[in-house]
Design a protein around this ligand. Sequence first.
Ligand code: MN
Ligand code: MN
Length: 417
Amino acid sequence: MSQFSRRKILAAGAAGGALTATAAAHAAGVFGNPDLPPEGQLNSNARAFADPGPQNPAMEAQIPSFQDPPPTDVNGMAQFWSSFSLSPKRVQAGGWARQVNTEMFPISVDIAGVNMRLGPGGIRELHWHQQAEWAVMTYGHCRVTAVDQNGHAFVDDLTAGDLWYFPAGVPHSLQGIGPDGCEFVICFDNGASSENNTLLVSDWLAHTPPEVLAKNFGVPESAFANIPLQQRWIFQGKEPGPLANDVREIMPGAGPVPNPFTFRLSSMTPNKLTKSGMVQIADSTNFKASTTIAVAMVTVKPGGLREMHWHPNADEWQYYIKGNARMTVFNVGPEAMTADFKPGDIGYVKKNFGHYVENTGTDDLVFLEIFKTNQYQEVSLMDWLAHTPSAMVQQTLNLSPETIAKFSRTVQDVVPG
Ligand code: MN
Ligand code: MN
């Protein structure tokens, strides 16, 4: 039984099981139903809880916790739920992209998310931008190229679970390779960024006087007669040959980058491994190139819980990859809001706001916690209470010494249901 359904029963029992307006007045102020005036379905009568007006049932079914919030929720928190499924795709030959930035998700000031698909041979044009770009591969195979600010060259092939990171201003390209191209999610380290607002090599050449191009590259103007006059952005290309061929071609005169721009996250040894799941962390301590983005990939087995915690150094941008989840976010006020997440959905938790993430499905839950910082940091509620004098905790929360003694004295991250 979930926390919330148990609470509902306890609270309903305290109210005599009668879901009437009269019972509601007595139900408030008990465990699992703290507020005055009371909130939540158990404090409403059935006719008042009904929703007889116009509805969009398909959309409402996506977030049942918005339709029927637990009585522990208390309203007023800024929207922290979004989804790539809400975002229109920009589709061109070779692939597509869609994005969630502050224009449609105002809370997300630290991170703009882009979901991109490149078919086999599909090319995301050579470009650069004002923001650093972090990405996780979610499907297929991709070849990335880059040249850093010291002229070092980079090329690599990636598959699902791998990461890349390009510092702001470092020019790069992406290409889907066989057998079925790739899909990935990019995070720019500025929530106002847009995938439609990058500096494109085709745009620059088309808008440079031909005689300057000739001078710059030391070839006749006619050599550029066939350059594209409009930007390419995403276009259909030919699949590249073996990676080793590209490495041989680009390295002379350049040499490798000091820290690789790619990282194998899903195959790394977990930082935390319990019977209920695991956490894999990539930040500048192990993925050295990634100086502005830190990430934790979290796996929670059915019934398990990413334990109650917060992050002292950065907002958290979440991307849900597999399974079903429910999260409640807590802030002063008090404010508490619960939302549900499916693959492709996005959550956002402001720095220091308390939260947990519960696996509400029957399969593994996998999601990413992404932060605009160089180092992953968290504070665990249980670890804090376990390492505070027990008399202090006992007096504050009316807990028995036996209960406090059961708190884990090491951070678990993922706990059993
Ligand atoms: Mn880019
Ligand atoms: Mn978190």
